[in-house]
Design a protein around this ligand. Structure first.
Ligand code: ADP
Ligand code: MG
Length: 564
């Protein structure tokens, strides 16, 4: 070995370190143990999970929260297959992710080597870049390229294959290219003439509306957006993860009159959100037939999707810069005529939800539980970062908890993925140590990744997890349905009766509590928010056995769009 020889594992670790990577999520095994250990030696935190699926989800959330790719390290074959979950999550949510996968020795391919899988071919169609360094000396430049491509332009997933013989081999450092600290992604402004036209549309609107998507949160555009909304007095609606870019407490927030304002507004400025199922494809009856949507997106391919009549108003560019361009064009403009009917609809809906929240009946309801948890958050001065998944548990939680800061709420996202929760909470705890992850989990959703509680306790990452336990997917069944004498088999949606999720936390070194009454929940919530531990509160709620399954949020309403 020459004086400047370096082992492959160390070369990988130093490339990542030089790029600025300080946290890696993953699971080791042959041949990546040396890589993880070299990273740890270099000063990179390696958070070691129990299933690659959760590790890959965590890395995507870390990418979203920090604006730089989350890195996930796994073994080849089954490890990469499990981590494909994260590739899908990254692509569908536009979160930056760099996946590093071990692979069999490069000279043993096609021989049925240990965990052999052609990962590069498999991932190529689903990533922005997937490659194996052509030689050991090209490892650093390949890692740098994959890292950069995942967050330049529209964020997404990239993959680098790490053959065992590269990891265990060595190379003269003089033969490798240096890696420099990753810079912020370059930003572009929109076509000035289109910005002028868009500003004119907003000026002439009877009811302009800003919709804030999670792209605006990811793009850290809160400064520019808050200024635009406050100065121009334009009403806004956040998407589920766009909450907090402008504080929920803003008087211009019309989330409580979402349907009414969507079907009334004639000009919509859409910032970092897609016209997919979450926004009803931008189509009637949820939107006006004649609505003009000014969509701002970093990806020109997105403009005109599902509402091609509006393609001509689209603005391609970085949200922060484009919003500043628009603000400059709207200098002397101020909107002042929110229709009275909308104000009234907001009041009415608010009063109706307050009534539900204050209704302290037994068994506990979602709404009342959330009121108790919300009060405990306030009373304990907790800086929460909310993580939420499950069907009803997540849906109802979305409006129950106010979000005042950007990137403070993570949920099942564009693919409505169950199982992201604990991985996301681990990422949030690692990315935002001054916040406490507060997880609102459906019992079914929690079950997907409950073993990651051990990851969280072992890694010293405290979090408060409320499992909303209704004994089922969507809802539970009557207790008698569990009886051995029951004539009918359990339905597919049923889960075990009052499963002790709290004891899972105790088993892995965390704290577990169970709550069936408002008083018990109040006490448990206060403990969970203040004890500095990984705490699971098993909240036994109404199984809702008589509830009919309804998917109103997926369907369009029959109500026609209002006239202005
Ligand atoms: P939501 O679920 O909140 O509606 P989506 O995930 O559907 O949000 O959309 C986010 C959009 O934001 C994507 O189309 C993505 O290309 C875009 N985006 C991400 N970062 C930026 C940025 N810095 N500037 C402009 N657009 C961005
Ligand atoms: Mg449930």
């Amino acid at each position: 070995m020459s004086l400047t020889a370096v082992a492959g594992a160390n070369l990988i670790a130093s490339s990542l370190y030089d790029l600025g990577v300080r946290v890696i999520f993953g699971i080791v095994g042959i041949p990546v143990i040396e890589v993880a250990d070299a990273c740890i030696e270099k000063g990179i935190r390696f958070i070691s999970f129990r299933n690659e699926q959760s590790a890959s989800y965590a890395a995507t959330a870390y990418g979203y929260l920090t604006g730089k790719p989350g890195v996930c390290l796994v073994v080849g074959g089954p490890g990469v297959l499990h981590a494909i979950a994260g590739i899908g999550n990254s692509t569908s949510n536009c979160f930056p992710l760099l996946l590093l996968g071990g692979s069999s020795e490069s000279h043993q391919v096609y021989k049925g080597a240990f965990q052999e899988l052609d990962q590069v071919s498999m991932l190529t169609p689903f990533t922005k870049f997937a490659g194996r360094p052509p030689s050991l000396s090209l490892l650093p430049s390949t890692i740098e390229k994959a890292y950069r491509l995942s967050y330049y332009g529209r964020p997404g997933a990239t993959y680098v294959d790490l053959p065992a013989d590269y990891i265990q081999g060595s190379v003269d450092r003089m033969e490798t290219q240096p890696v420099y600290p990753a810079s912020a992604a370059p930003k572009v402004m929109a076509d000035a003439s289109r910005v002028k036209k868009a500003a004119q549309l907003i000026r002439n609107a009877k009811l302009p509306l800003v919709i804030i998507g999670k792209g605006a949160a990811y793009g850290q555009a809160e400064g520019a957006i808050r200024e635009l909304i406050d100065e121009k007095s334009i009403p806004f609606l956040p998407t589920p993860m766009g909450k907090g870019v402008v504080p929920d407490s803003s008087p211009l927030n019309f989330a409580a009159a979402r349907s009414a304002i969507l079907r009334t507004s004639d000009v919509i400025l859409l910032l970092g959100g897609r016209l997919n199922w979450i926004l009803h494809y931008g189509e009637p009856p949820k939107f006006r037939e004649s609505v003009k949507i000014i969509q701002v997106d970093i990806a020109s391919e997105e403009i005109g999707n599902n509402n091609s009549g509006n393609a001509e108003y689209g603005l391609v560019g970085d949200i922060e810069l484009v919003v500043r361009q628009l603000s400059a064009e709207l200098q002397d403009y101020k909107f002042s005529r929110v229709p009275k009917a909308l104000m009234a609809s907001r009041e009415e809906n608010f009063a109706a939800s307050e009534k539900k929240a204050n209704n302290a009946i037994l068994p506990l309801t979602y709404q009342h539980c959330y009121r108790i948890i919300k009060d405990a958050i306030r009373a304990t001065d907790t800086r929460a970062i909310f993580v939420s998944e499950g069907a009803n548990a997540m849906d109802i939680a979305r409006s129950a908890f106010d979000v005042e800061e950007p990137r403070q709420r993570l949920d099942a996202g564009t693919m409505a993925t169950m199982g992201v929760g604990i991985g996301y909470a681990i990422a949030a705890a690692a990315a935002c140590p001054d916040h406490l992850p507060v997880c609102i989990e459906g019992d079914s959703a929690f079950g997907f990744s409950a073993m990651e509680l051990e990851t969280a306790t072992r890694s010293g990452l405290p979090m408060a997890i409320f499992v909303m336990n209704n004994n089922g997917v969507y809802h539970g069944v009557e207790p008698t349905a569990y009886s051995a004498n029951s004539a009918k088999p359990l339905p597919s949606t049923a889960l075990g009766f009052e499963t002790r999720y709290d004891l899972i936390a105790e088993a892995v070194g965390g704290k577990g509590l169970i709550a069936r009454t408002p008083e018990e929940l109040k006490q448990a919530a206060t403990t969970a928010l203040t004890n500095g531990a990984v705490t699971v509160v098993n909240v036994i709620i109404d199984p809702g056995a008589k509830t009919k399954l309804e998917f109103g949020w997926l369907a369009s309403t029959k109500k026609p769009a209002s006239k202005l």
